[in-house]
Design a protein around this ligand. Structure first.
Ligand SMILES: N[C@@H](CCC(=O)N[C@@H](CS)C(=O)NCC(=O)O)C(=O)O
Length: 219
């Protein structure tokens, strides 16, 4: 399909990065940023809500088509474009991919990104301080989720199969950020397979172009 692909959202966003990873893995040409329909969209503006009724990012613009929700966007890109398949063809393996994509975009994102990581990246305490009480409160669920992923990786090098899938595209940006936190070694002490997994996804050529130092000021 020759229509241009545009990922609406800032490059630092974990979910934008997941969509970007799918494009890079499949060598889909794309643009990325705050521009849509010839104008620059401010996040949570009425123009943004017109494209995403819940005011979230990313939004995929593909020609006249507009699609929201990262797992759906990733599945769509995989279905429409040539390049390496990011979902297994076999029914059960595909169902597992869907299951893990949902778990990662829902529960895991909430535990690792919304309740933990964002406390460090955008601190909401007095004078911009990190809210240590919020961090401490979020930590047990972080540990539980990391242990779950560690267990999952006992079965293979990637989350679902022996190959990189959409589930890995969703997981990689959040785990990359988490592992990049100062003192993150303490989080991964009990999860050697997960640590090796983070390095594995980071070393993929596609990831080299996506999991870059975030420019938090850019949207
Ligand atoms: N369910 C959505 C979640 C998207 C999401 O939470 N995106 C974050 C950025 S990573 C966002 O829009 N944050 C701004 C906000 O919540 O207002 C998806 O799968 O795309």
């Amino acid at each position: 399909m020759t229509h241009p692909v545009h990922i609406l959202g800032p490059q630092f966003s974990t979910f934008v990065r997941s969509v970007q990873l799918c494009c890079e893995e499949k060598s889909i040409p794309y643009t990325l940023g705050a521009e849509a329909g010839g104008q620059t969209l401010a996040i949570h503006s009425s123009e943004h809500y017109a494209l995403h009724p819940f005011g979230k990012i990313p939004v995929l613009l593909h020609g006249e088509r507009r699609l929201i929700e990262t797992p759906s966007i990733c599945r769509y890109l995989d279905a429409v474009f040539d390049g390496p398949a990011l979902q297994p063809a076999e029914t059960w393996a595909r169902a597992q991919t869907d299951q893990w994509t949902g778990i990662l975009a829902g529960y895991v994102d909430q535990a690792l990104v919304r309740r933990y990581l964002l406390e460090f990246v955008f601190p909401k305490g007095e004078g911009g301080a990190i809210r240590e009480d919020a961090v401490a409160e979020a930590r047990p669920e972080v540990d539980r989720v990391l242990a779950l992923l560690e267990e999952r990786l006992a079965e293979g090098e990637y989350l679902v199969a022996s190959d990189f899938t959409i589930a890995d595209a969703i997981a990689a940006p959040m785990l990359d950020y988490l592992a990049g936190l100062s003192g993150a070694e303490a989080l991964f002490v009990e999860t050697p397979r997960l640590s090796a997994y983070v390095e594995r996804v980071r070393s993929r050529p596609a990831a080299n172009r996506v999991l870059v130092a975030p420019d938090l000021g850019r949207y």
